[in-house]
Design a protein around this ligand. Structure first.
Ligand code: C5P
Length: 232
């Protein structure tokens, strides 16, 4: 899979996202639509951005009983998105049902990736509150393997975990990594961050970059800097 940069379009209205995307005149970046924009604008925003020619990662992180996830995935698949996701914690039965729901009548489907442990969950809270008696690294590797064995295409993880996931699941298993900051940029609320160049070195397949691009004085230049460091 070719490395690429995905822009997290964390806006709360259609106007805000269109005025942002309209700045990109000579490139069509891969974009991520998350819960905020989807809940604000509904599926219409996905159809419109797709119609404008962008590849879309629809980041809704499904986690429910298998039948509900299967039927919901069929709806998302019909939106013609490129990547969707769910939580490994729903277990293999839910992940397999999701794949069935995603598969279109012609046999094609969006890529399906999984959240292992949220990067906002500390090892201490995972052990105390979720009663997982293992290290974060062991848990992420085990969850990634569950996703792979259920037929999924990859996981969302910290760039710092990309190597462990590649080792457990193979080089072809996709690693999508948020928590990206430029060496000279603001960290904001992210804790474990790496630069685009470091994410490449650590083995990420896609980097998800939000504020370093969306809040930059020149978002197009910031995007191109990410591509320069991570893809080229
Ligand atoms: O602005 P920033 O670059 O921090 O945005 C990162 C994006 O990746 C946000 O949309 C955030 O919700 C998402 N994300 C994350 N950590 C995860 C999963 C998703 O930061 N573990």
């Amino acid at each position: 899979m070719k490395r690429d940069v995905i822009i997290a379009c964390d806006f709360n209205s259609a106007e805000a996202v269109y005025s942002f995307l309209d700045k990109f005149t000579d490139v069509k970046p891969f974009v991520k639509i998350g819960m905020e924009l989807f809940y604000a604008e509904g599926p219409a925003i996905v159809r419109e951005i797709k119609k404008r020619g962008y590849k879309i990662f629809l980041d809704l992180k499904l986690h429910d009983i298998p039948t509900t996830v299967k039927k919901s995935m069929a709806v998302l698949s019909a939106l013609d998105v490129d990547i969707v996701n769910l939580h490994v914690a729903g277990t293999s039965e839910m992940m397999k049902a999701a794949l069935e729901g995603l598969t279109r009548p012609d046999g094609t489907r969006p890529l399906l990736i999984a959240v292992t442990q949220l990067t906002s969950t500390s090892e201490e809270r995972m052990q105390k509150e979720l009663l997982i008696n293992a290290t974060m690294e062991e848990t992420v590797a085990h969850y990634a393997l569950n996703a792979k064995n259920s037929g999924l295409d990859g996981v969302v993880c910290s760039p710092l975990e990309a190597g462990i996931v590649a080792k457990a699941c193979g080089e072809d298993f996709i690693r999508v990594t948020p928590g990206i900051r430029f060496a000279d940029g603001d960290v904001g609320d992210q804790v474990r961050v790496t630069t685009p160049a470091k994410a490449k070195e650590l083995g990420a397949t896609f980097i998800v970059v939000g504020r370093p691009i969306t809040a930059a004085d020149d978002p197009v230049a910031a995007y191109k800097r990410c591509v320069e460091e991570f893809v080229n």
